[in-house]
Design a protein around this ligand. Structure first.
Ligand SMILES: Nc1ncnc2c1ncn2[C@@H]1O[C@H](COP(=O)(O)OP(=O)(O)OP(=O)(O)O)[C@@H](O)[C@H]1O
Ligand SMILES: [Mg+2]
Length: 332
């Protein structure tokens, strides 16, 4: 099978003038090579495509693939992760991971919370702040946690995200609105243990691979899995498989969120315990990082003994099943 690969490389955007923080969510050649090697080892032919721009050019040139392994994060706009799958849908080319509607929704953590609450999946109480005058109207009790509404890789999350009074709330909201040019998400601070839940499979057919507790070392920020903890994870973060009662509760919340949103193939759901010890959804990653060394999902797979190539095979199997079951198209 000819498998195309769509992705966005940090180095391409650095060369185009973006700064380190702006490209934090994008991929390195190590990840592209690792996915490619896994696909080749499974007997596929592989063609590297790149992001939305090169994909548009390739489609216009008449290039086609049996399936595209898509993990392009995109760069511009709040629907940036949806752009490549939307193009592939328009050309009727099957691909891995969720469709544009799920990727556009899930990148916006406020809207995702609202949809999940409608499905009775527990989240933190939250407000979306679009401008500074809205900060004064926030009626949630402190402490609160503030982050950009649509970023990943812990961008915009630091020890300043945890705020205990209105003055600090104003400061961090102003910082988020100005720096990230998008709304700030203000949530009730969840003070308990943090888990990231690895999931394989689509919607109702998904299965939880494992639950990994995320902890900080003495050198890391204790309040949250901050940008600094994530970037310097070897010194600042600790990851441990968890199987106790709260971990099982986290797995249930993650599974319910994955199914309610209709996420496809594989990903991660982040969960934290509230002040009463109840698990609450934080966010879903339907395009989870695939760096074999440093991304949370491959780290979790390593801990449960699932080799990287087997993770990629599981993702491909799930996507190929969907491709086979597609409605036949009438072509003129
Ligand atoms: N309401 C909250 N209460 C306490 N901590 C929170 C809350 N929301 C987020 N955090 C902390 O901030 C971290 C980053 O938040 P979140 O997972 O939403 O960001 P992200 O950048 O999308 O993460 P990822 O790197 O997994 O894509 C979480 O892992 C958690 O430690
Ligand atoms: Mg997260």
């Amino acid at each position: 099978m000819l498998v195309g690969m769509t992705y966005d490389l940090q180095q391409d955007y650095l060369a185009a003038g973006y700064d380190r923080d702006e490209v934090a969510e994008l991929d390195s050649p190590v990840t592209v090579e690792a996915v490619k090697a896994a696909l080749l080892s499974q007997g596929h032919d592989v063609e590297l495509i790149g992001g939305a721009g090169p994909l548009v050019r390739a489609l216009a040139d008449g290039r086609r693939w049996d399936l595209v392994f898509n993990f392009a994060e995109g760069m511009l706009g709040l629907a940036r992760e949806a752009q490549v799958p939307a193009l592939l849908d328009a050309w009727d080319i099957p691909y891995t991971f969720s469709g544009p509607e799920v990727l556009a929704l899930s990148l916006h953590k406020g809207w995702t919370n609202a949809v999940l609450r409608a499905h009775d999946v527990p989240t933190a109480d939250f407000r979306i702040v679009n401008s500074m005058d809205e900060v004064e109207k926030i009626d949630l009790p402190f402490p609160l946690f503030v982050k950009p509404v649509a970023e990943g890789s812990s961008k915009g999350v630091s020890d300043k995200s945890l705020v205990r009074d209105r003055q600090a709330l104003r400061g961090i909201c102003e910082h988020v609105l100005r720096t990230y040019r998008q709304p700030a998400l203000v949530e009730t601070f969840l003070p308990g243990r943090e888990f990231t839940v690895g999931i394989l499979g689509s919607g109702r057919e998904c299965r939880v691979l494992g639950v990994m507790e995320v902890l900080a070392t003495a050198r890391g920020d204790a309040c949250a899995y901050t940008y600094a903890n994530k970037q310097e994870w070897r010194e600042r973060a600790l990851y441990e498989l968890a199987t106790d009662g709260p971990a099982e509760q986290a797995a249930e919340v993650a599974r319910a969120a994955w199914q309610a949103l209709g996420c496809l193939d594989a990903g991660r759901v982040d969960v934290r315990l509230d002040e009463r010890g109840e698990a609450r959804f934080i966010e879903v990653n339907p395009l989870a990082g695939l760096n074999p060394e440093s991304s949370d999902l491959p780290i979790l797979c390593g801990k449960i003994g699932l080799e990287y190539a087997e993770l990629i095979r599981g993702i491909m199997d799930s996507a190929m099943r969907r491709a086979e079951n597609r409605a036949p198209r009438t072509r003129t």
